[in-house]
Design a protein around this ligand. Structure first.
Ligand code: ADP
Ligand code: MG
Length: 628
C-alpha cells in the first residue's frame, strides 16, 4: 500500500475557493464592504490620535454597477494602501490566508457551509470575479498603487494616477456570476448584510421630494431631486445606551429590523456587556399566541454591525430562539462548526448571560406593573414554560414571575397558589390538589362542578403543560395536579366524609352488571360512586395519569411507554344516589332499560365533547322524535 501526502499547490487555491464556497458566494460583497469599513474606521482612529494629518470628513462607501463593462466597483475613502502595503497585506497574507483556509477545511469538511460564511476576506472576491483590480491611494504622501490579478497566483503591481485618498476595488464579474450585475440582486445583498454597518453606504441615487414652498400656486406639482441612496443606518438602536432610547425608539427599530411585521412587540430587553465577553443587542418578546409556525423573523446575529446569520442555535438558549431582535458580538467564534460552538466556554457564558438578562427583565416587569404583566401572560407563557422545562437556570428564577391563571381571571405565582388553595383543596392525605382545565369550553361542566364545591380551577392550555406539571409535582412535595375531568370531584380531592349510598351492596352489583351489558366495555370502565343525589347521574372521566402520559408522549416525551398509540380509555362514573340509578334498577323492560342507559351515556359524552359525527346526528334525531 502506498502512502504519501497530497500536494496542494497555490495554483489550485482559487478554483478551490470557488468550489467550496459556491453556495455562499454572495458573501464576497459583505467581505469587501467590511474591508472598506475597516479602512475607514482605521483612518478615523488615526486622525483622532493625531497620527494621520488629514481631514477625516464625512467618508462614505460607494457601490457601483457597470453593467456594460461587467464590472462591480466598491469604493471607499479610508486610509488606503501604499505600494508596499499592497505587497504586504494583499500578496503575502493572501497566501497564508489561503493556507489557513485549507487548514480549516480539513477540520470542518462536514460543515462546509460554515467555512463559506467566514474568514476569507479579500480573496472571496474571486468567487464571482475572473479578474480583480485594486486602485488605492494611501493617506500617506506616496503614489497610488494599481494591483491586478486574474485569479492565478500571478499579479501585476504598478503605480497609478489616482490622487484622492482611499481604495477602489474593481471586480470583473465572471460569466457564471452575472447575476451580481443586477441592481436588485446587489440591493438585496446590501439589505441583508450591510443594513446596520457603521459607515454610510451609497448605492446609486434616489428621488426625494422637495418641500412645498409656502407661496406655492394651486396647481403646484411636487418637485424631486436626486440624492444619494444610502442603504444603511450607521447607528442602529442596539449600539446606543438604553438611557438614550425611548419606547418608541425600540418599536421603530423593530420595524426597521422586520419591515414586513405588523404586530408590535410586547417588550424588549437591551443587552449590553463588555466583560468577560463583549455583547450588545436588543431582544424583543413578540406576541406568540397568534401562530407559532410563523417563524420567519428570527433573531439576527451580527459581528460589529455586520450581519452574519439568523441561525442563533447554540448561542441563544433554545427557548429564547422564539424571540426576535439582534445580538452583536465579536466574541462568538463563528468560523467553527456548530458542535464545537456548544462546547466553547465563551458561548456557554453568553447563553447564560442572555438567560439571566431575560429572567431579570421578566422579574422587573412583574414587579413594576403586575397588571400589565398579567395582561401579556397569554402571549409569553409558551416561551416561559418552555424555558422552565429546558433551562435549569431559568427554572430557578421562574418562581418570581411565572403565573398560573384561574378560570376566574386571577393570576397566582406558584407560592401564592399554594397559599390560596391550602385551606380548601388539601385532601385527606395532606396533598394539595391543584385542579386545572385545558379547555374552558370543552370542560365547562366539570369546571362548574368544581366551582360549586368552592374550588379554584386553573387554565393551563399550552401544548407542553403536561410536562410542566410533571416537573412541578416532582419538585414540590405534596403538590399534585389533576385535570377537572380526570375523576369525580370528590375523588379528585378526597376528603374524610364519605357519602352514604342509597343502594345496597346487592343492588350495586346488579346495577353494575346491567350497565356493563349495555355500555361498550372496550371504551368505558363502569365505576359506581355514592355521590350527592343532585350530582350528574352519569359522568365520563379520563384518568389523569393515563391522559398525561399520552399527552407527554405526543408532544415529544421521548419513549413514554409508547403511550401515544394507546387506545382512548375512559371511566363512566355512575352516581348510585341519583334518581336515574334507581330508575334503571327498577325498570323491568330490557328495551326501555337499554334506551335509558344509552341516552344517559350520550348525555355524559356530550358534556365531555365526545359525542361526534354519526353518534351526534342520531342523538339529535332521536331526541327530536321524543318531542313529538
Ligand atoms: P482581514 O480583513 O481579515 O484582515 P482580508 O483578506 O479581508 O483580511 O484583507 C486583508 C488586508 O488587506 C486587510 O487587513 C487590509 O490591511 C487590506 N485591505 C483590504 N481591503 C482594504 C481597503 N479597502 N482599504 C485598505 N486596506 C485594505
Ligand atoms: Mg476582511
Amino acid at each position: 500500500m502506498a502512502s504519501g501526502k497530497i500536494n496542494v499547490s497555490v495554483e489550485n487555491i482559487f478554483p478551490l475557493i470557488k468550489k467550496f464556497l459556491y453556495s455562499d458566494h454572495e458573501i464576497f460583497l459583505r467581505e469587501l464592504i467590511s474591508n472598506a469599513t475597516d479602512a475607514t474606521l482605521k483612518l478615523k482612529h488615526l486622525t483622532s490620535i493625531g497620527e494621520a494629518a488629514v481631514e477625516y470628513g464625512n467618508p462614505k462607501i460607494e457601490i457601483k454597477i457597470d453593467k456594460e463593462g461587467k464590472k462591480l466597483h466598491i469604493i471607499d475613502q479610508g486610509l488606503g494602501m501604499t505600494m508596499g502595503e499592497v505587497e504586504k497585506y494583499i500578496n503575502q497574507i493572501a497566501f497564508s490566508g489561503a493556507e489557513e483556509f485549507l487548514e480549516k477545511y480539513k477540520d470542518t469538511a462536514k460543515d462546509s457551509g460554515v467555512i463559506g460564511h467566514f474568514g476569507l476576506g479579500f480573496y472571496s472576491a474571486f468567487m464571482v470575479a475572473s479578474k480583480v483590480e485594486i486602485i488605492t491611494k494611501s493617506f500617506k504622501d506616496e503614489p497610488a498603487a494599481h494591483w491586478i490579478c486574474d485569479g492565478s497566483p500571478e499579479f501585476s503591481l504598478e503605480s497609478h494616477s489616482k490622487t484622492e485618498r482611499g481604495t477602489e476595488i474593481i471586480l470583473h464579474i465572471a460569466d457564471d456570476s452575472l447575476e451580481f450585475l443586477e441592481e436588485s440582486k446587489i440591493s438585496g445583498l446590501l439589505n441583508k448584510y450591510n443594513k446596520f454597518m457603521p459607515i454610510p453606504i451609497q448605492f446609486g441615487t434616489k428621488k426625494e421630494a422637495l418641500p412645498k414652498p409656502e407661496n406655492a400656486a394651486d396647481d403646484y406639482k411636487t418637485e424631486y431631486i436626486d440624492v444619494d441612496n444610502i442603504i444603511n443606518n450607521p447607528n442602529p438602536a442596539w449600539t446606543k445606551q438604553p438611557s438614550d432610547l425611548t419606547t418608541e425608539d425600540y418599536t421603530n427599530f423593530y420595524r426597521e429590523l422586520y419591515p414586513t411585521q405588523f404586530e408590535e412587540p410586547l417588550f424588549n430587553i437591551h443587552l449590553n456587556v463588555d466583560y468577560p465577553f463583549n455583547l450588545t443587542g436588543i431582544l424583543y418578546f413578540p406576541k406568540l399566541a397568534a401562530d407559532l409556525q410563523i417563524q420567519k423573523d428570527k433573531i439576527q446575529l451580527y459581528q460589529n454591525q455586520v450581519f452574519v446569520t439568523d441561525n442563533v442555535e447554540g448561542i441563544v438558549p433554545e427557548f429564547l430562539t422564539m424571540l426576535k431582535g439582534v445580538i452583536d458580538s465579536p466574541d462568538i467564534p463563528l468560523n467553527v462548526s456548530r458542535s464545537y460552538l456548544q462546547a466553547d466556554g465563551n458561548v456557554k457564558k453568553i447563553s447564560n448571560y442572555i438567560t439571566r438578562k431575560v429572567s431579570d427583565k421578566l422579574k422587573s416587569l412583574f414587579n413594576e406593573n403586575r397588571e400589565d404583566f398579567e395582561s401579556k401572560w397569554n402571549d409569553i407563557k409558551i416561551v416561559l414554560e418552555y424555558g422552565m422545562l429546558s433551562e435549569a437556570k431559568f427554572y430557578e428564577k421562574a418562581g418570581d414571575f411565572v403565573l398560573y391563571p384561574t378560570t376566574d381571571g386571577k393570576f397566582y405565582t406558584l407560592a401564592e397558589l399554594k397559599e390560596a388553595l391550602a385551606a380548601n383543596q388539601t385532601d385527606k392525605d395532606g396533598k394539595l390538589v391543584v385542579l386545572y382545565a385545558s379547555n374552558q369550553d370543552a370542560q365547562h361542566s366539570y369546571i362548574d362542578i368544581a366551582k360549586e364545591k368552592g374550588y379554584q380551577v386553573l387554565v393551563l392550555d399550552s401544548p407542553i403543560v403536561s410536562h410542566l406539571i410533571q416537573k412541578l409535582e416532582a419538585d414540590n412535595e405534596n403538590l399534585t395536579f389533576a385535570r377537572v375531568d380526570a375523576d369525580h370531584i370528590d375523588k379528585l380531592i378526597a376528603k374524610e366524609e364519605t357519602q352514604i349510598s342509597k343502594l345496597s351492596e346487592e343492588e350495586k352489583e346488579q346495577l353494575k352488571t346491567t350497565l356493563e351489558a349495555i355500555v361498550p366495555k372496550e371504551k368505558y370502565a363502569v365505576q359506581l360512586e355514592a355521590m350527592d343525589s343532585n350530582a350528574a347521574p352519569f359522568m365520563i372521566t379520563q384518568p389523569e395519569f393515563m391522559r398525561r402520559m399520552k399527552e407527554m408522549s405526543q408532544s415529544g416525551g421521548g419513549g413514554m411507554f409508547g403511550m401515544g398509540n394507546f387506545p382512548e380509555m375512559y371511566n363512566l362514573v355512575v352516581n348510585t344516589n341519583s334518581e336515574l340509578a334507581t330508575s334503571i334498577l327498577a325498570t323491568e323492560n330490557q328495551e326501555t332499560k337499554d334506551s335509558l342507559v344509552k341516552q344517559a351515556l350520550d348525555l355524559a359524552k356530550l358534556s365531555q365533547g365526545l359525542l361526534k359525527g354519526e353518534e351526534l346526528t342520531s342523538f339529535v334525531k332521536r331526541n327530536f322524535e321524543s318531542l313529538k
